[in-house]
Design a protein around this ligand. Structure first.
Ligand code: CA
Length: 669
């Protein structure tokens, strides 16, 4: 989701305390008196007595179910009139199990019958999702599904997150993958590029990431599933059916069971490889307003409005949902629970999470932990515009300490290390801009309180907003904005490719050694670019697909990333779990050298075999010298090279830190 302007807005609203356009607290409206239905049989259930339809629509004057033999272009084979029932619902039943049939609802509202809708709880759907489908979900389970499990995660800081779009990952001819752009792409072992380097799932195993974070994979609106040869591309931040997979990622969008089965096969293949699956979820807005499935089911209820009745728009996409209303909050909670139960999803990334209220997010985290304690939740702690929801109730970055088991992206470390996202030419710490040292330190301590970090000097948030490192996701790029490769090209005019790769290594070394949870954008390990396109949400594959032959061209870059990840995974000192541990074990060196940050992680932190790790980041184009205590040090990283088990040894003393590079040394005694 594009966040342009959002960070500034969100921050300004908290820091400045100004609310433009809305009276604070103005979300308690007429909908608060609507009945709430918490039954688990919403919309469709099939049992030995037949097929049952239950639609929640308190203000409908009448409701109908249309039954179909096929997913599109055919008239209904039957129409069922629904009867008003308890807690705002309407019900209809037939004595047969209607597996193989499709259905839609229509309600009478304001004297008119509204357009048909598959409802908001379609768990299966046909082409373009316009008709919901009745399928036996148990028959979509791949072999061995009952025993399928994702990786066990003690703390979110143990995760290494890899953000990936299905088409980016597999569409390029060099991927060697058969099922390009499909869920099944991730199920293919032994794929290679033109030089024999591993691609696909084998590449992920080689890289060592713990979790793949897949961009929206629920059924979204934009790509025409009836015309797959057109090869349309979209990120998918235009939700249509929240509880069914996207059809264009399946081999047959017309067969509703196929997308379900193939997505499960993808998840099982990743789990079998020891890799978890995080799903990007976008409950904060819908693709349509009056014609969305929410509006056609219970008009008005699911969205926030301005005092004049128009849709408020904190998403920047034309509307925003109203999580603070019980039936909407329950929808979000029950939807993620469904994905966790039925699809074994290991984590959720909430788009524009600050549009949701902190109470709902707390319910999300608590309910998911009951299903699987290893599930984690993180999100964008900002909005893309103002909202009627009061600032103190928003799941903002600055409110993360009010939430339990929720993490937020650190735009602090992101913008400090590589330069501001909104200005392509702006440089950051890793590209030689002085004055960002304190914000880099804020990133290193995961925005927790630390006696040597002065938040007032921070570039963005002015206080230690995280109560623990598990609340912070560190990154320097994602699908939004320029890739790191493109950002470096635009902000380092006249540089060589080697210069830029060096800067990328330094930037990611800061991310992957910082406290909190590291996150990377797919393909950066081979220095992928997007030809300078910063908002590629519907750009063609020629912009978005990763050229896997870069793994050969940039082999040293890949090796660096792989070793960096190995270093983090081998050493719990980089993965502390409490703010107290961080404050006690991280000691910054007092230095006033511009573009230099130097610190130690001491005391065998978090049970590490290393007694002390010294990290020096030199973002300037000049070599710098630092004094290190005498000792038996192992050199882990130096001059743009890294090896988790050591590049050599040093006795310490006066050491040179080469331009645009990290020096990491460690000692066990
Ligand atoms: Ca779709």
């Amino acid at each position: 989701m594009n966040e342009h302007i959002t960070t500034i807005l969100a921050t300004a609203m908290v820091v400045g305390g100004t609310l433009c356009g809305f009276a604070a607290g103005n979300t308690d409206d007429r909908y608060s008196t609507w009945p709430v239905y918490d039954g688990s049989d919403l919309e469709l259930s099939v049992d030995s007595n037949g097929t049952h339809f239950t639609l929640w629509s308190p203000e409908a004057q009448a409701a109908r179910v249309f039954l179909y033999d096929s997913d599109r272009n055919t008239p209904p084979v039957d129409t069922l009139d629904m009867s008003r029932s308890d807690r705002g619902t309407w019900r209809a039943s037939v004595p047969q199990q209607l597996y193989g049939k499709f259905y839609t609802f229509s309600i009478k509202y304001g004297k008119h019958w509204l357009a048909e809708t598959p409802g908001i709880w379609a768990k299966a759907a046909g082409t373009n999702g316009r008709r919901a489908a009745i399928i036996d979900l148990a028959r979509t389970d791949p072999e061995g599904w009952a025993d399928d499990k994702g990786p066990r995660v003690g703390n979110i800081t143990d995760a290494v997150l890899y953000e990936m779009h299905h088409r980016d990952f597999s569409m390029h001819p060099s991927s060697g993958i058969v099922h390009k752009g499909k869920f099944l792409a991730m199920t293919e072992p032994n794929t290679v590029n033109d030089y024999g380097d591993k691609t696909g799932i084998d590449h992920l195993k080689e890289l060592g990431v713990t979790h793949v974070h897949i961009l929206p994979s629920y059924d979204y609106n934009s790509v025409d599933e009836a015309n797959l040869p057109a090869n349309q591309y979209n990120w998918g931040y235009d939700p249509y059916n929240y509880n069914a997979p996207e059809g264009s990622y399946s081999t047959d969008p017309a067969d509703p069971a196929v997308r379900v089965r193939e997505m499960k096969e993808m998840i099982k293949a990743l789990h079998d490889a020891g890799i978890g699956v995080v799903m990007d979820v976008v409950y904060n807005h819908t693709a349509d307003n009056d014609n969305s499935n929410f509006s056609l089911t219970a008009p008005g209820y699911f969205y926030r409005h301005r005092p004049d009745g128009s849709y408020s728009d904190a998403s920047g996409c034309g509307n925003e949902t109203a999580s603070e209303r019980r039936q909407m909050g329950d929808f979000i909670v029950n939807s993620v629970k469904y994905w966790a139960d039925e699809y074994h999803i290991d984590g959720f990334r909430f788009d524009l999470m600050a549009i949701h209220d902190t109470e709902t997010m707390n319910r999300v985290a608590a309910e998911l932990k009951k299903i699987n304690p290893s599930i984690f939740v993180y999100g964008e702690g900002w909005t893309a515009g103002d909202s009627p929801l009061p600032v103190e109730r928003r799941a903002l970055k600055e409110n993360v300490s009010k939430m339990d088991g929720i993490a937020v992206f650190s735009d602090d470390i992101r913008d400090a290390v590589k330069g501001h996202y909104s200005s392509a030419e702006d440089r950051g710490f890793a590209t030689g801009k002085p004055g960002l040292e304190e914000t880099v330190k804020i990133g290193i301590v995961a925005s927790t309180a630390h006696p040597q970090v002065d938040y007032v000097k921070g570039n963005n948030s002015k206080f230690a907003y995280a109560a623990s490192p598990g609340m912070i996701i560190n990154y320097v790029s994602c699908h939004d904005d320029l890739t790191l490769t493109d950002k470096l090209a635009k902000s380092m005019p006249g540089s060589t490719e080697a210069d830029r790769q060096r800067a990328a290594r330094l930037a990611q070394t800061i991310v992957f050694t910082s406290q909190g949870t590291p996150f990377m954008f797919a393909g950066e390990e081979v220095f992928r670019d997007k030809k300078g396109v910063h908002n590629s949400y519907k750009s063609p594959d020629s912009i978005n697909a990763i050229d896997w032959n870069l793994k050969h061209t940039n082999a040293e870059q890949f090796d660096y990333y792989r070793e960096l990840i190995a270093l983090r995974k081998a050493h719990p000192a980089f993965r502390m779990t409490t703010a107290e541990d961080i404050a006690r074990n991280i000691i910054f060196d007092n230095t006033d050298i511009p573009n230099l940050v130097s610190y130690s992680i001491k005391n065998n932190a978090n049970g590490d075999e290393w007694k002390e790790i010294k990290l020096v980041f030199n973002g300037s184009a000049e070599a710098r010298e630092v004094n290190v205590p005498e000792g038996d040090w192992t050199i882990i990283a130096r001059d743009g090279r890294i090896k988790a088990t050591g590049l050599g040894t040093t006795r310490g003393g006066r050491l040179t830190v080469e331009p645009t590079s990290a020096l990491i040394i460690a000692r066990s005694k």
